[in-house]
Design a protein around this ligand. Sequence first.
Ligand code: FMN
Length: 388
Amino acid sequence: MPASDTKLDLPPLRLGNITVDTPVVLAPMAGITNTAFRRLCREHGGGVFVSEMVTSRALVERTPESMRLISHDEDEKIRSVQLYGVDPETVGRAVRMLVEEDHADHIDLNFGCPVAKVTRRGGGAALPWKLDLFTAIVQTAVREASKGGLPLTIKMRKGIDDDHLTYLEAGRIARDAGVAAVALHGRTASQFYSGHADWDAIARLREALPDVPVLGNGDIWSAEDAIAMVRQTGVDGVVVGRGCQGRPWLFGDLMAAFEGSDKRHKPGLAEVSAAVYRHAELLVDTFDDENKALRDIRKHMAWYFKGYVVGGELRAQLAAVPTLEVLRGLLDQLDMDSPYPGADAEGPRGRAGTPKRTALPDGWLKDRTLSGLQQTDLAGAELDVSGG
Ligand SMILES: Cc1cc2nc3c(=O)[nH]c(=O)nc-3n(C[C@H](O)[C@H](O)[C@H](O)COP(=O)(O)O)c2cc1C
């Protein structure tokens, strides 16, 4: 059945005072969702395009990197920033700074990071287990954001592992604190990116929180997946991460699908090649450093060219490209008449990994409230963190 016959009757997504016509969110991805990539994505379709996460401590210290992370292009209509923090006071100060200095229109809090160096100290996806700390962080952030009329949302995983789920309680706490939406990645921390996202859990959260928008995240690789998630779970919008790596045009497909059209973008190699070059140029603008920009674009090569006919040697050279000039020369060697390869260019991409027991502070699971000793250790959960 053509999608146009099955149009979803999904209203625009409301995040506080912001109306998002296409109920789609570009998932915050450290090292990916910088101004360059956000621009490429929003040129194809509507939605909210969230920054790479920034730690609240680095932000209040105004480190140069954190100031870059919260910067936006002038034409970004919804300036969305994701914050990560473990201390209510520092998170509150970071939110206040974003509000008072007008750096953002929307703030998201990250409670989903599964990385051992973070969870080992009680941060990331381990944090919602401590109900008092989680409540204090979300309440403080909402209070500070509301002073500027900014919607504050949270993004989380299902829990630490299948025996220690946190999402339903955390969702209710966040709702009661006044968040504008709750996003759930349907995996536990111990799953990392392995297996499948549990869309039934997303449906359960949607049902448990009838009075706040719920956004579903995990394993949306195509517009059809997005529509399927909305149908299966009843969510108010979708959050798309790895599916758009090397495919910023997915946002065009998503917009079309939510508008009831079956039109899908199927670029041939010439168009992909142009997108790669443009991405690299935008990264040069973002970093103001060609060397750094070219190092960054390398990781996108395998995603952009997934399924396309590109010789092995050329692939290897693209993955080590040193300058824009060399990039131009390499891209010019591609067969520009090569068409869209179909299914080979679609499907899963990016991080996968294997399940592992989540590293936690000693005795973390014994109690749902924070002990003094654990509090001391938590500070380290915010140092040198990147990604979720
Ligand atoms: C490279 C990478 C970086 C990520 N960085 C963040 C981050 O900074 N903040 C966050 O909340 N989640 C982060 N995530 C998780 C994604 O936002 C998303 O929840 C996850 O990839 C699942 O969605 P997907 O199946 O659509 O990829 C990251 C994921 C990847 C692959």
